[in-house]
Structures are given as C-alpha cells and as structure tokens.
Design a protein around this ligand. Structure first.
Ligand SMILES: NC(=O)c1ccc[n+]([C@@H]2O[C@H](COP(=O)([O-])OP(=O)(O)OC[C@H]3O[C@@H](n4cnc5c(N)ncnc54)[C@H](OP(=O)(O)O)[C@@H]3O)[C@@H](O)[C@H]2O)c1
Length: 463
C-alpha cells in the first residue's frame, strides 16, 4: 500500500538564495530576562527562523552594565559595550532591540537609533505608552519600523491580530487580563481566601511580583498595554495619560467572596470600548478590578496567565490566551518582530503594516477618551447596614436614585469577618458612572448605612 513519506520534523537546509542574503544585524541594549531569552531562542532556532525570515538574524553587539555577565550569556562572538548609544548608532547594526526598560534613557536611545536609520524592536510598554506618539512619528519621518509585539501580553500575538488579522472589522471593544502579577494575586485571594497583602507577599516570594510592584498592583502596567491596544483598535493616538486607572490594592477579600456568592469572579481588566450615540462619542479607556461571570472563559484565566478578547463587527468575539511574562515567552514576540523587520527591510514605508494599525492620515487625532462619569457598565455594590431588615430599604432607595437595580441579596454569614456589619449586595443593570457615584455619595448619609459603600464594575464580556 502506498504511504506518503513521513515529513521530517527538522527544518530543511536553507535555500542557497537565503544563505546568500546578508543577515539582519541586531544590536541589543540590556541582556536581562528578555535580552538573554532573545539571544537564547535566536541561537537555538536560528535555522528555522532564517527559513521564515528569508535570511539569517545575527546578534552583532550587546550593551550591558556588567560585561562579564553579558559574556557568560552571549559568548565571545558578539561585541560588548557599556555604552547604549554606541549600539543605537552602530554602523553595523540594522535593528536595535531595546531590552533594558524604563522611559528616560530608553527614549533617547530609541530616538537616536531611528535618526540613524535603524529599525527598533522593543517590549517596553511603559516607553511606548508614554512616548509612543513621538517615537512613531520619528520612525515615520525616517522610514523605519518600530515593532512592539512583546509589549502587550507577551506570548499572545495580539498586536498582530489587531493590526493584521482583524483589519476588516470595526472594533467595538477590547478587554483583557493583561497583567500576570495581579492575576496571580487575585487567583490566590480567591483560591486560598487570603487578603491582598498576603497574596502579594506570596507573589513576591515566588518571583511573580517585583520587589517594587507598584506598576503592577496599581494597574499602571495594564494601562500602558490597553492604551497601545486601543490605539490599534480604534485608529487613535496612544492616550495613556487619559486612561482611568484603578489597581487592586484596595480590593478586599470580602468582595472576592461576595462576588463568588453572586456567581462572579474578580479580575483586573483593561478595557477599551468605542462608544457612539447617547451624547457619548469617544473611547472608554480604563483599568479596574471588575466582576466577570464565573461561567465565562475569562473567569478561568488563572495564575499569571493573560487573555485578551476583541469584539469586531464582522468577526464577532475572538479570544486569545497565553503567558503574560517570561524570558523565552517575551523572546518569542521580540523575535517575531525581528522576522518582520527582516522581511520588510528595504520595502517602502507605505507597503508596511503601520505602527498603530492605521496609516498616519487615517488616525483620528480628535478621538477622545471619555471621562469617568460617562463610563457605562453594570455595577456591584456592597452596602454595610445596621440590620438585615434594611435590605429592602437599600434596594428601593437606589432605584429611586435612578440606579437600575437587578438583584439585591445579603452577604452569606460565612463570608463576613467576625464583628462585621450585615452587608447588602446589589447588582445593577448598565448605568452611567455619574449616576452610581451620586447615589453612593448620597447613600453614605442614609440612616440604614453603617459604613463605606464599595462599588465595582461588572463586565459581562458578551458579543
Ligand atoms: N520580563 C518579562 O517577562 C517582560 C515581559 C514583557 C515585557 N518586558 C519588558 O522588557 C524590558 C526588559 O525587561 P526585563 O525583564 O528583561 O528586565 P531585566 O531583567 O531587569 O533586564 C534589563 C537589563 O537591562 C540592563 N540595563 C538597564 N539599563 C542599562 C544601561 N543603561 N546600560 C546597559 N544595560 C542596561 C540591566 O542591567 P543591570 O542588570 O546591570 O541593571 C538588565 O540586565 C522592560 O521594558 C520590560 O517591561 C519584560
């Protein structure tokens, strides 16, 4: 009987034309977690990568503070320097990989490389969230690529999905768990019933959180990323400075338990939503801990994993899942960008995928981020009261304040810390944040209420 020959799993030897092409020459600043992973994967998979890129990709110079440590990673065949600017402007470098981080010196290096006609690859979301508009404009002016797939949800090719796979669509919203540290902490709080401080300490002990975790736990890192995704989704500049950002530091274990009781889990979500009509024309751009239905796939993204959902008018809802951090996981994205650069180098800028998904003349400079008051979502409220009889009064009072109440319940006794007041839990239909804020402000003075009212958003993440 005839059988097809079993294909080899090994990459085939490179075609002579591929071998003959000059390799793409890389200079890298920083050889820490991301830099070392990039070097390792490039070396391990070089034949396969060259087969895809159509030419080799070769590390020629690396900048590090400790040259001895750098040499232990890259060996003797790669030039080493302490001077980042030397790499950024090196005559033998075609593309700069900025893998050092930060927003000050990194901006100088990247702009110097662009001015010297080098392409740039970076996973530095802070840099692009803060200086991206300036950097992309400079790159356009000098006809070079700035690629940043590793900057958002590292191993998930979400920038590529938005810029290429979903180009037919009017994107309605993007939402995701895009910070692994906070997702790890929230998973611990839920699974082990521990408070925020203890979950953070565990995350630090296990290496899931930095010694200074501020950017993660305050939601800033997620805001960097959702600002980049919003720009790609809606054809707007990067508007990180306008994002509404709330982290998880104030989140109480009691709310994690009460959310469970109502059939939800709390996740730190980055959300970018295009809104038109009803007097609101703009984009909701926000990061906040939100209740997600426990039956939803997003509620089951646990530990340090990331997931992103995109709703397009034609595609419907699509969802992407993968590691949100890690040395080789980020390298996977950085090298994908290098392969793109290797393929695109020498083409006219107009033929390339635009930096933020839209060509410059199609970017809507006037598309604004909507103010907090205009954000329109469902809500969860937890209202401490003096007695269980006051449950009806709270529901009726909120309804009278134009808050569309869907459900009112008492928090289960077993969830309450000893000595706690009775807690009334409220779920609302979609309503403007301004209405909720006013109602909660007034509720504080209601005689039935025994303490501060907690409010969180509820995201159904439906098509
Ligand atoms: N780690 C991840 O999973 C991940 C995921 C996505 C994106 N990123 C982003 O990738 C970037 C790098 O992160 P990382 O985790 O690789 O950081 P890292 O492990 O701290 O590595 C950064 C490296 O850059 C070096 N460096 C910093 N300033 C330098 C300078 N002026 N000259 C020479 N070397 C310098 C550091 O040297 P010293 O050791 O001497 O300080 C360090 O080796 C950041 O923007 C980060 O946000 C990281």
């Amino acid at each position: 009987m005839y059988r097809d020959p079993v294909p080899s799993l090994e990459p085939q030897p490179l075609h002579a034309a591929t071998v003959a092409m000059r390799p793409l020459r890389v200079g890298m600043i920083g050889i820490g977690t991301v830099g070392a992973g990039t070097f390792r994967v490039l070396a391990r998979n070089q034949t396969l990568i060259a087969g895809r890129a159509g030419r080799g990709i070769k590390m020629v110079v690396v900048c590090a503070r400790s040259l001895a440590r750098a040499m232990s990673v890259v060996g003797k065949d790669v030039a080493l320097t302490n001077d980042p600017m030397q790499v950024a402007t090196h005559p033998d470098v075609d593309v700069l990989v900025e893998a050092a981080g930060g927003t000050g010196p990194a901006r100088e290096w990247v702009l110097a490389a662009i001015r010297a006609g080098k392409h740039v690859v970076t996973a530095n979301k802070a840099l692009l969230a803060v200086h991206g508009n300036e950097i992309f404009a400079a790159a356009r002016q000098h006809g070079v690529v700035v690629a940043y797939e590793g900057a958002v949800a590292v191993s998930i090719p979400i920038v590529k999905a938005l810029r290429e796979g979903l180009t037919a669509n009017r994107i309605e919203w993007v939402a995701g768990i895009i910070n692994g540290t906070t997702n790890f902490i929230l998973s611990k709080m839920r699974d082990e019933g521990v408070g925020f401080a203890e979950a953070l300490a565990q995350a630090q002990a296990l290496g899931y959180a930095e010694a200074d975790p501020t950017f993660d736990i305050e939601g800033i890192d997620a805001a960097h990323k959702i600002s980049l995704l919003a720009a790609n989704a809606f054809g707007m500049p990067v508007r990180f400075a306008d994002a509404q950002v709330e982290g998880i530091t104030a989140l109480q274990g009691l709310d994690v338990a009460c959310a469970e009781q109502l059939g939800f889990r709390i996740k730190l979500l980055g959300v970018a939503k295009r809104r038109t009509g009803s007097g609101a024309d703009g984009v909701e751009l926000r990061v906040q801990p939100a209740l997600v239905p426990a039956t939803h796939l997003m509620a089951h993204v646990d530990g340090s994993m990331n997931a992103v959902m995109v709703k397009g008018d034609a595609s419907g809802v699509t969802m992407y899942y993968g590691a949100g951090a890690g040395s080789e996981q980020t390298a996977s994205a950085v090298i994908a960008d290098l392969v793109d650069v290797a393929r695109l180098d020498g083409t006219r800028a107009a033929q390339r995928v635009p930096h933020l998904g839209f060509h410059a003349d199609a970017v809507n400079e006037g598309l604004a981020v909507l103010p907090r008051a205009a954000v329109h979502t469902r809500h969860y409220l937890r209202v401490p009261v003096h007695s269980a009889q006051q449950i009806e009064a709270v529901g009726a009072w909120l309804a009278a304040q134009h808050v569309p109440v869907l459900q009112v319940a008492l928090a289960a006794e077993k969830s309450l810390p000893s000595g706690s007041h009775t807690q009334v839990l409220v779920l609302t239909d979609a309503v403007a944040q301004a209405t909720v804020d006013l109602a909660v402000f007034a509720l504080a003075a209601h005689p039935a209420v025994a303490g501060p009212v907690v409010t969180l958003r509820v995201e159904l993440l439906e098509g």
